[in-house]
Design a protein around this ligand. Structure first.
Ligand code: SF4
Length: 252
């Protein structure tokens, strides 16, 4: 369990690491998790030594599963951001063990909030349907916020219907628009009571693709009109966030 990171959560927890290497979005070509994995002890398990790109392996660390139970103070925990837990064959049995910990936390006074993030929300929904039916759970646990990420309009249109479906069934949902690589039409947010939170961010790394201030400004405008909390995480590269865009609203 690592402290800090991302700005909008207090801890990150990675009992699963890696991604299937299928580039599902324009955002994947600058994959942050792939770059970060180079510095980790487990790098040889998930990265190809020739090019430091994902091998497609998704590695599990059962030893880390209990970590949230050790945290005494309430925490906002980013779950498996070092990859995409719903990529590839997505091992539902192992993800179920992660859900068991989240459920234990919920039963123990609902102390922590868990942020899930994927570029494959359809697979996330399939997992939920599989698990909740198996357990006869009739509602989503309020300590889970289901997130999906989009870098451009094409991504947004792909993920939004599933996020709506999750929300219609009572789940907390959020969108990570990072790295933002083009303008997005969020006018429909007015009707999308579904989206509980929007995060905006430019690309990081040594050769970040640009993020136009106007794109961020438009998203902020539509979020505010729809009363959806919006958090401006970063501009592209090391650029400072202009004052008029520096909004830090969080729903959790
Ligand atoms: S889905 Fe996520 S983890 Fe996988 S390559 Fe794309 S950005 Fe990286």
């Amino acid at each position: 369990m690592n402290k800090g990171g991302y700005g909008y959560c207090t801890h990150s927890w990675n009992p699963m690491v890696g991604c299937d290497r299928k580039k599902i979005s324009a955002g994947c070509s600058g994959c942050w998790a792939e770059r970060m994995a180079v510095r980790q002890k487990y790098r040889a398990s998930v990265l190809d030594p020739d090019d430091n790109k994902w091998t497609g392996n998704i590695v599990h660390f059962p030893i880390m599963l209990n970590e949230p139970l050790k945290l005494k103070k309430p925490a906002i925990i980013a779950v498996n951001f070092m990859g995409d837990m719903f990529s590839g064959e997505a091992d539902f049995e192992f993800i179920e063990r992660i859900w068991d910990i989240i459920f234990d936390v919920y039963c123990d006074g609902d102390k922590h909030i868990f942020l899930i993030l994927t570029k494959r929300p359809k697979r996330m929904l399939e997992f939920c349907q599989w698990l909740y039916e198996k357990r006869s759970w009739t509602q989503f646990h309020p300590n889970i916020h289901f997130g999906a990420s989009a870098s451009n309009q094409e991504d947004l249109e792909r993920i939004l219907p599933t996020m709506l479906e999750l929300a219609d069934n009572g789940a907390h949902t959020w969108l990570s628009l990072e790295p933002l690589l083009g303008p997005l039409n969020l006018k429909s947010l007015r009707n999308v009571r579904a989206v509980g939170q929007v995060i905006i961010g430019g690309e990081s790394g040594s050769q970040p693709r640009p993020m136009n201030e106007e794109w961020a400004s438009e998203i902020i405008y539509h979020c505010q009109a729809a009363e959806v909390p919006v958090y401006m995480k970063q501009m592209a590269g090391k650029a400072e966030i202009p004052e008029h865009l520096n909004i830090k609203e969080l729903a959790w």
